[in-house]
Write a protein that binds this ligand. Structure first.
Ligand code: ATP
Ligand code: MN
Length: 289
């Protein structure tokens, strides 16, 4: 379905979308003149293209005060895919692997062979809410999707090679391209050695903390398991300790780490009757930064 829609998009439309993408940080709806200026497409043509893209649900129009356009989730995802395709990084889109509230996941062929393309659907406001609140008011929600994708890509880059995460291949718009992991979510698996697995997970979380990353959404749904190993996925809300600027923000990061570890300990308690004291684990991890 995505591939079909992708094939129907013509050159002029991609240029108009380029014009929107370049300016979406400055305009909630990018005015026609600005799109024309940056895409080299004449204004009256930009208007026509915007309207047809809006019919296809790739663009959201603003028609009061001035004519302008913003991406929809679908439009931004197709545009991001095109940026990978133009670079010859993605060569073929495969099956949809899943779609939930927060993302749409596709299998694809890439420069590195088979891979996963994750399109971000939601924007995670930075946990540094206080500092960033100002700029949220007037941003289009698709900007936040791009931020989430960027944040996930950066966290994976920082961790890969040191912590068991999929190898990050690339980031464009709201899309992250990464290694395909052949494994199942922890909640679907019946572990034979839950104690070893929990210990390994705690060690990895400790290593993330040492490297300055807090996952922020750790659970049995975001850990993949197979005979070959254990992987951590889903990092759009990850916190980078290097970006922290106050004690208050550090406190928040510690609270989130605590929540992550407590979730996991509780899952193992509930599922495997494995009793581990979460607060001891948290203290040990905190000590190691
Ligand atoms: P949703 O709201 O759709 O659940 P999400 O934000 O939780 O999305 P992820 O957890 O990153 O997104 O991915 C959703 C699912 O896609 C995962 O539970 C996993 O089954 C699969 N998946 C994601 N990344 C990979 C990967 N690199 N390799 C294999 N499978 C993956
Ligand atoms: Mn997930």
């Amino acid at each position: 379905m995505l591939a079909e829609k992708f094939r129907k998009i013509r050159g002029l439309s991609w240029r108009v979308m380029d014009g929107i993408f370049k300016n979406m940080w400055d305009y909630k709806f990018v005015p026609v003149e600005i799109i024309a200026r940056d895409s080299g497409v004449e204004e009256h043509k930009v208007e026509k293209v915007l309207k047809s893209l809006s019919d296809e649900k790739l663009i959201e129009l603003k028609q009061t005060e001035y004519l302008g356009g913003a991406f929809t989730f679908l439009g931004l995802s197709l545009y991001s895919l095109n940026r990978f395709v133009r670079r010859n990084v993605v060569t073929m889109l495969g099956e949809k692997m899943g779609e939930g509230k927060e993302s749409m996941i596709y299998n694809c062929m890439s420069e590195w062979g088979e891979a996963v393309l994750k399109f971000h659907k939601v924007g995670y406001p930075s946990f540094k809410k206080v500092r960033e609140k100002r700029d949220y008011g007037d941003l289009h929600y698709t900007v936040l999707m791009v931020r989430s994708a960027k944040n996930e890509f950066n966290a994976l880059k920082k961790l890969y090679g040191k912590v068991s995460v999929p190898k990050p291949y690339g980031w464009e718009g709201n899309a992250v391209l990464m290694e395909l992991i052949d494994a199942k979510e922890l909640y679907k698996v019946k572990l034979e050695n839950p104690k070893d697995v929990l210990n390994y997970i705690i060690e990895e979380v400790r290593e993330m903390w040492r490297l300055g990353i807090v996952h922020g959404d750790l659970s049995q749904f975001n850990i993949l398991v197979s005979q070959d190993g254990i992987w951590f996925i889903d990092f759009p809300q990850a916190i980078n300790l290097n970006e922290i600027e106050s004690d208050e923000e550090l406190k928040m990061a510690e609270e989130i780490l605590k929540r992550d570890l407590t979730n996991l300990v509780n899952y193992f308690k509930k599922t495997y009757r494995l009793y581990v004291d979460a607060s001891v684990v948290v203290d040990e991890v905190l000590k190691s930064h």
